[in-house]
Design a protein around this ligand. Structure first.
Ligand code: ASP
Ligand code: MG
Length: 426
């Protein structure tokens, strides 16, 4: 039996018309299928504002929540009103339960650490969107079962970047999901979220719904995963930063991992590995032109060398030195890694000399100050905020100078296939 996984992101669900378009696409796909849904539009960002204002008591969180509720209510009205008033009420009631939970969390004195509080609230975006999509599909005769993915994807308690417990999640998949997968089955579920064995909700990291789709495909032994985007496929350069990007027809898993790791936001970087391990092809297609071919990521017979350009903004370049001017060697590097790991940070680039150790990390306003003070306890610390990493794979040497024109390069690193520059952002 063939099985297909589809993932729809926030941009494809931004209003009622978009959701109808998604429903149309889903209806045309072969079954059985697992459909992974992100939060509607920019709901995750909006819920982050609820979390921050409630946690840090900066603004009244209710003001952010109200606008999220209104946006969803309008969508529910547009989708269901013409079906029946009763249906609209019924869906609204289902959604209200989730809002009530958020209200309860922001009203009570905060008892959780930031990350745990964040995950309980931000995850509601996906619970709500997947409910709306599932209900709408059922209402138009595209029958499906709504799955609470937190029952299946078990994780550790690394809040905001939870790690999957592969063994127990697979067991849950076989128990809970597999029995549903008949020829005509459609399962609608949430991306981005998981659950701990203690019943808390976790999140897998921003834009993590792609990763959810890959995990589900891995467990299901799916025939393919399709990620539906607002672009025609994977481009060789991010259109926000580069002129005239070209669509790539076919890409190897290897190149796709390298590209996404260094900032190609088209797919979440963790998505590819589970698919590669089982040779499951990944298609990136346009929800605006669903008939177009998109990009196929798999293991091609022959790998073409395509020059790709990635740009990772919002970086901080940190340079560390020993406090006593001894060499910056293995013991110091080890200590530095320990601190980075304790803060749940990821190094995007590093370089060392005898006396200096430089790293680039993504700026995170919540932890940055504490992180730097922790480093200062052990090292001399210099840092540059507002920098970016430009990565070019399969680069052509004589085209580099034009790319760097007018840019200040703070650090450079080169291998035969790969060149990276840390640039000051304007
Ligand atoms: N809604 C989540 C986010 O915006 C997850 C996702 O879209 O993949 O980060
Ligand atoms: Mg999203």
């Amino acid at each position: 039996m063939s099985l297909f996984v589809h993932k729809f992101g926030g941009a494809s669900l931004k209003d009622a018309a978009s959701i109808k378009n998604v429903a149309n696409i889903i209806q045309q796909q072969s079954t059985p299928s697992i459909i992974v849904i992100s939060a509607i539009g920019k709901t995750t960002n909006d819920l982050e504002n609820v979390v921050k204002s409630a946690f840090f008591k900066s603004n009244p969180p209710e003001q952010y929540l109200e606008s999220i509720k209104t946006q969803h209510q309008n969508i529910i009205h547009s989708l269901f009103h013409s079906i029946s008033y009763q249906k609209e009420e019924e869906v609204q009631q289902l959604i209200n339960k989730h809002w009530a939970y958020v209200e309860q969390l922001i009203r009570q004195d905060v008892i959780y650490p930031f990350g745990q509080f964040y995950d309980q609230i931000v995850s509601v975006g996906e619970l709500v969107s997947s409910t709306i999509v599932s209900e709408y599909l059922n209402a138009i005769g595209c029958y499906n079962t709504w799955l609470d993915v937190r029952q299946v994807l078990l994780t550790d308690q690394q809040w905001r970047a939870a790690n999957i417990d592969w063994t127990n999640s697979l067991r849950r998949f076989e128990e809970i999901v597999r029995p549903f997968l008949s020829d005509t089955a459609r399962i609608v579920t949430q991306g981005f979220i998981g659950g701990t064995s203690h019943g808390f909700t976790t999140t897998l990291g921003r834009e993590g719904s792609d990763y959810t789709a890959a995990i589900m495909a891995y467990f299901a032994d799916a025939d393919s995963v399709t990620i539906w985007k607002d672009v025609e496929g994977v481009l060789n350069a991010d259109p926000r930063y580069f002129k005239n990007p070209q669509k790539i027809d076919e890409l190897s898993y290897y190149d796709a991992i390298e590209m996404t790791y260094y900032g190609a936001t088209v797919i979440h970087p963790k998505t590819i590995k589970p698919l590669q391990n089982k040779s499951i092809p990944l298609k990136v297609k346009s929800f605006i032109h669903p008939e177009a071919s998109g990009t196929l990521i798999h293991q091609p017979q022959q790998t073409k060398r395509i020059t790709t350009y990635s740009y990772l903004p919002n970086q901080v370049l940190i340079t560390l030195q020993s406090q006593d001017f001894s060499f910056f060697a293995e013991p110091q590097i080890q200590q530095c890694f320990q601190i980075i790991n304790n803060y749940g940070l990821k190094i995007n680039l590093m370089q060392n000399t005898a006396l200096n150790f430089s790293i680039c990390i993504t700026y995170d306003e919540v932890i940055f100050k504490n992180f730097i003070s922790e480093l200062q306890k052990h090292f001399k610390v210099l840092f540059n905020q507002n920098v970016a990493i430009l990565t070019i794979r399969h680069y052509v040497s004589n085209t580099l100078s034009s790319l760097l024109e007018g840019k200040e390069v703070l650090l450079e690193q080169r291998t035969r296939h790969h060149v990276q520059f840390v640039l000051r952002e304007k």
